[in-house]
Design a protein around this ligand. Structure first.
Ligand SMILES: Cc1cc2nc3c(=O)[nH]c(=O)nc-3n(C[C@H](O)[C@H](O)[C@H](O)COP(=O)(O)OP(=O)(O)OC[C@H]3O[C@@H](n4cnc5c(N)ncnc54)[C@H](O)[C@@H]3O)c2cc1C
Length: 308
């Protein structure tokens, strides 16, 4: 019986494992593979590691966690979870089954870029989703924004405000954008193209958006706020509440609505926030917060005299 099983070894899961290891908690950390930002050349906004390769950051985290003997790292994926407070079961794809008193879900989100040929292949390398992560690198460049939902298209307005005066929105077919969004595009001199997109070719600084009518638009950067989905179904399997946009609902202690189950990182958010703050530093902080409160809960539950 572990004290805590952490599912997911990205910034959130690794940070939590380090906290629990330092408190000598028997912890199993399940490392299911690549983190969300793995296609990117470097991480940004992670103080002291600007431009650092994403996988090197996690390798360093794994090395640090290895210093704490109460933490076991298992490189494999969880398949299903069940149980309740003090008695959770995690079944792995390799057929092994593990038990824990508490669970920490840190399985992140998965991006699902439009299946336009050339777009998924360039995801994170020359097709970017986040102006905080990659806007600086695209400053002063000619930019195409792919999207037809208001939030996807308003990314163009943000980029026009901060980084470039040469922005085109491609909706890849007809759109139903509200007048307020269209009004902003017009005022900010952002052109909107409804012609279906056939393909994205080239690479960073020399991209080509090729349209179905044969026209070609050279661009230096492409932004696309791709839809996302949960990286794993475990919160739903356990009956934890999801918010309408699919995030796992957590409170200030990183607890889900299921006792004994916490969630940290990109998969979860406080209901008071308008959107998830899906950044590495935030995920690491979430992991620390979740682990500290899990630790406090385990300590208080084991006290010989129940705290008043
Ligand atoms: C292209 C790109 C670039 C980005 N660049 C930046 C940046 O520069 N700066 C920044 O602050 N943020 C950046 N982000 C956001 C950043 O990647 C996320 O905020 C961060 O990775 C979230 O950490 P996490 O631990 O919650 O999830 P992740 O890092 O995604 O880790 C989740 C882990 O859970 C594992 N997992 C999933 N299912 C299972 C399972 N069944 N069993 C076991 N393990 C499982 C996954 O394999 C993964 O390792 C970027 C995102 C993208 C897409």
């Amino acid at each position: 019986m572990y004290d805590v099983i952490i599912i997911g070894a990205g910034a959130a899961g690794l940070s939590a494992a380090q906290v629990l290891g330092r408190q000598q908690r028997r912890t199993l950390l399940l490392d299911g593979g690549a983190p969300r930002n793995s296609p990117a050349d470097g991480v940004h906004m992670y103080l002291s590691r600007d431009g650092y390769p994403p996988l090197d950051l996690l390798a360093a985290g794994l090395r640090e966690v290895a210093a704490y003997p109460s933490v076991e790292v298992h490189h494999g994926r969880a398949d299903s979870v069940a149980g309740s407070l003090d008695g959770f079961t995690v079944a792995l794809l390799d057929g092994t089954v593990h038990h824990a008193r508490r669970l920490l879900l840190a399985t992140g989100q998965v991006d699902e870029p439009w299946p336009v040929p050339g777009v998924p292949e360039r995801w994170g390398r020359s097709v970017f989703h986040c102006p905080f992560c990659h806007g600086w690198e695209a400053r002063g460049r000619s930019i195409a924004v792919l999207g037809r939902e208001p939030a996807q298209v308003m990314l163009a307005a943000y980029l026009a405000d901060r980084f470039s005066d040469d922005i085109v929105v491609a909706t890849d077919g007809p759109h139903e954008l509200p007048p307020s969004v269209l009004g902003n595009l017009t005022q900010l001199k952002i052109r909107l193209i409804e012609t279906p997109v056939a393909e994205l070719g080239g690479d960073l600084d020399a991209l080509e958006l090729r349209f179905a009518d044969g026209t070609v638009l050279p661009r230096q950067a492409v932004f696309h706020r791709a839809p996302t989905r949960q990286g794993a179904p475990f919160a739903a399997q356990l009956g934890a509440e999801l918010l309408p946009d699919g995030y796992v609902r957590v409170d200030e202690f990183a607890q889900t609505t299921v006792p004994g189950v916490s969630a940290a990182g990109d998969l979860a958010r406080l209901p008071a926030l308008p959107d998830g703050l899906t950044l590495l530093s935030q995920a690491a902080a979430d992991g620390v917060r979740a682990a500290v409160w899990l630790e406090q809960g385990l300590f208080r539950a084991a006290l010989p005299v129940a705290p008043g």
